[in-house]
Design a protein around this ligand. Structure first.
Ligand code: FES
Length: 106
Protein backbone atom coordinates (compact mmCIF):
# COMPACT_ATOMS: atom_id res chain seq x y z
CA UNK A 1 0.00 0.00 0.00
CA UNK A 2 1.13 3.50 -0.78
CA UNK A 3 0.33 6.47 1.42
CA UNK A 4 -1.30 9.42 -0.35
CA UNK A 5 -2.13 12.58 1.62
CA UNK A 6 -4.81 15.04 0.47
CA UNK A 7 -4.68 18.50 2.00
CA UNK A 8 -7.99 20.34 1.96
CA UNK A 9 -8.09 24.12 1.32
CA UNK A 10 -8.53 24.66 5.08
CA UNK A 11 -5.31 22.78 5.79
CA UNK A 12 -6.92 19.57 7.02
CA UNK A 13 -4.88 16.55 5.88
CA UNK A 14 -6.57 13.30 4.88
CA UNK A 15 -4.20 10.31 4.88
CA UNK A 16 -5.11 7.37 2.70
CA UNK A 17 -3.71 3.99 1.76
CA UNK A 18 -3.72 3.62 -2.01
CA UNK A 19 -3.42 0.52 -4.15
CA UNK A 20 -0.56 0.57 -6.64
CA UNK A 21 -1.88 0.73 -10.19
CA UNK A 22 -4.95 2.72 -9.17
CA UNK A 23 -4.98 6.49 -9.56
CA UNK A 24 -4.77 9.39 -7.13
CA UNK A 25 -8.34 10.31 -8.20
CA UNK A 26 -9.73 6.81 -7.54
CA UNK A 27 -8.11 6.78 -4.11
CA UNK A 28 -9.68 10.16 -3.31
CA UNK A 29 -13.15 8.96 -4.36
CA UNK A 30 -12.82 5.72 -2.37
CA UNK A 31 -11.87 7.71 0.71
CA UNK A 32 -14.50 10.42 0.26
CA UNK A 33 -12.02 13.27 -0.10
CA UNK A 34 -14.12 16.45 -0.48
CA UNK A 35 -13.44 18.53 -3.57
CA UNK A 36 -12.39 15.70 -5.88
CA UNK A 37 -15.47 15.34 -8.07
CA UNK A 38 -14.20 13.28 -11.01
CA UNK A 39 -17.31 13.70 -13.15
CA UNK A 40 -15.92 11.79 -16.12
CA UNK A 41 -14.70 8.84 -14.07
CA UNK A 42 -11.08 9.18 -15.09
CA UNK A 43 -11.36 9.65 -18.86
CA UNK A 44 -9.43 12.95 -18.77
CA UNK A 45 -12.43 14.87 -20.10
CA UNK A 46 -13.76 16.88 -17.14
CA UNK A 47 -10.94 18.48 -15.08
CA UNK A 48 -12.93 18.08 -11.84
CA UNK A 49 -10.21 15.91 -10.34
CA UNK A 50 -7.76 18.83 -10.41
CA UNK A 51 -5.12 18.88 -7.65
CA UNK A 52 -1.90 20.75 -6.89
CA UNK A 53 1.06 18.45 -6.40
CA UNK A 54 3.07 19.48 -3.33
CA UNK A 55 6.36 21.21 -4.19
CA UNK A 56 8.37 18.33 -2.70
CA UNK A 57 6.71 15.86 -5.07
CA UNK A 58 6.55 17.62 -8.45
CA UNK A 59 9.64 15.87 -9.78
CA UNK A 60 8.57 12.38 -8.69
CA UNK A 61 5.09 12.85 -10.14
CA UNK A 62 6.25 14.44 -13.37
CA UNK A 63 4.37 16.69 -15.75
CA UNK A 64 1.08 16.28 -17.58
CA UNK A 65 0.66 14.70 -21.02
CA UNK A 66 -0.44 16.94 -23.89
CA UNK A 67 -4.01 15.69 -23.57
CA UNK A 68 -4.03 16.39 -19.84
CA UNK A 69 -2.53 19.83 -20.37
CA UNK A 70 -5.33 20.68 -22.82
CA UNK A 71 -7.94 19.54 -20.28
CA UNK A 72 -6.31 21.56 -17.49
CA UNK A 73 -7.33 24.67 -19.43
CA UNK A 74 -10.84 23.96 -18.17
CA UNK A 75 -9.84 23.78 -14.49
CA UNK A 76 -10.08 26.72 -12.11
CA UNK A 77 -7.03 28.50 -10.67
CA UNK A 78 -4.46 26.47 -12.59
CA UNK A 79 -0.86 26.71 -11.32
CA UNK A 80 2.42 25.16 -12.42
CA UNK A 81 1.87 22.32 -9.91
CA UNK A 82 -1.58 21.53 -11.32
CA UNK A 83 -2.35 17.97 -12.40
CA UNK A 84 -5.46 15.95 -13.05
CA UNK A 85 -5.41 13.32 -10.34
CA UNK A 86 -6.97 10.67 -12.60
CA UNK A 87 -3.80 10.81 -14.65
CA UNK A 88 -1.43 10.13 -11.72
CA UNK A 89 -0.88 6.40 -11.23
CA UNK A 90 -0.10 5.21 -7.72
CA UNK A 91 3.25 3.43 -7.42
CA UNK A 92 5.86 2.68 -4.74
CA UNK A 93 7.89 5.75 -5.67
CA UNK A 94 4.97 7.97 -4.69
CA UNK A 95 4.67 6.63 -1.13
CA UNK A 96 3.93 9.66 1.05
CA UNK A 97 2.73 11.81 -1.87
CA UNK A 98 1.02 15.05 -0.83
CA UNK A 99 -1.53 16.74 -3.08
CA UNK A 100 -3.53 19.86 -2.33
CA UNK A 101 -7.22 20.07 -3.19
CA UNK A 102 -8.18 23.35 -4.93
CA UNK A 103 -10.67 25.64 -3.21
CA UNK A 104 -13.14 25.17 -6.04
CA UNK A 105 -13.63 22.58 -8.70
CA UNK A 106 -15.56 22.51 -11.98
FE1 FES B 1 -12.34 13.68 -15.25
FE2 FES B 1 -9.93 13.34 -14.17
S1 FES B 1 -11.77 12.48 -13.55
S2 FES B 1 -10.46 14.51 -15.90
Amino acid sequence: MTKIVYVEPNGNAIETEAVNGSTVMETAIMNGVPGIVAECGGACTCATCHVYVDDAWTEAVGGPSNMEEDMLDFAFDVKTASRLSCQIKVKDELDGLIVHVPARQG
